[in-house]
Design a protein around this ligand. Structure first.
Ligand code: ZN
Length: 273
């Protein structure tokens, strides 16, 4: 049972804020039906390409996978790119967008998700930090140069993922080597961080103008704690939504144990009352 007093408190914090910082982990995407692409989430078993088993995923989370086994890496992440582009962001994004529009200084998203769903849901691209990069942008696997380019219509162009061979993989147009998504894998020194660094600078500029900000942290677990560390480091009231580790200790704010979409709906009903 959700404590209505806490819901009211969260709604008041959002209502009174001039700026919203929306800090988001994998739990947000799960409600759209997407797994955490960096983990070995069981949801992948329904999405695995032909001939690939769940235990193969472990080696495909390592930074050298596109150099070591480009066909397997592309079958896996090409499928992920297709699933991301075909999946509609859930209603919770629209709720956050409405809250963002009513705050005088707007909102900034800080997410470890690589699915690009905040862009897809209509958030301003200049107001998002993708701290682990994005599946919708590509780079050279080596990399031969600092270029990062949009995947564009690549999801469709890849066609049947099981027909990918070393002859028809996406290529770097500068050196002809294999291309890869510009997102951060584990042990991944080849990841080009420049796009994310620019987003971080945008955030710091925006943050200077915020007078009474609140951070809404959604679906950020303890397994990869970077988002939780980020939101706790801000020193502003925190609204934490998480199905498991939902405490906030001595921090100012309020915590809800629940799924992203269910809790956003719950607070939104209080907002409109
Ligand atoms: Zn290259």
């Amino acid at each position: 049972m959700i404590n209505s007093h806490l819901v009211e408190r969260a709604a008041n914090l959002i209502h009174d804020a001039d700026a919203l910082i929306i800090a988001v982990g994998a739990g947000m995407s799960v409600d759209s039906g997407l797994p955490d692409f960096r983990g070995s989430n069981g949801l992948w078993t329904t999405l695995l390409p032909n001939g690939m088993r769940e235990r193969d995923i472990q080696s495909l989370t390592q930074g050298d996978c596109f150099a070591r086994d480009p066909v397997a890496a592309w079958r896996f992440y090409g499928r992920a790119l297709q699933v991301c582009s075909q999946t509609v962001p859930h209603e919770g994004y629209g709720i956050l967008l409405r809250w963002a529009e009513r705050a005088t200084h707007g909102a900034f998203v800080y997410t470890s998700n690589v699915d690009g769903h905040f862009h897809a849901a209509g958030f301003d691209e200049e107001r998002v930090v993708e701290c682990h990069g994005s599946i919708n942008f590509m780079q050279c696997t080596k990399p031969c140069c600092p270029s990062i380019w949009a995947a564009g219509s690549m999801a469709d162009a890849l066609g049947d993922i099981n027909r990918l061979t070393s002859e028809n993989l996406p290529r770097c147009s500068y050196c002809g080597g294999v291309a890869r998504p510009n997102f951060l894998l584990f042990s991944d020194p080849a990841w080009l961080a420049s796009r994310t660094s620019k987003q971080q600078m945008n955030f710091q500029q925006w943050q200077k103008e915020a007078r009474k900000a609140v951070v809404i942290e959604i679906g950020a677990g303890l397994a990869l704690p970077s988002i939780r560390m980020f939101s706790e480091s801000l020193g502003i009231p925190l609204i934490r939504i998480n199905p498991e580790d939902a405490g906030i200790g001595d921090l100012e704010g309020v915590a809800f144990r629940g799924s992203a979409l269910a809790m956003l709906r719950c607070i939104d009903r209080e907002m409109v009352n």
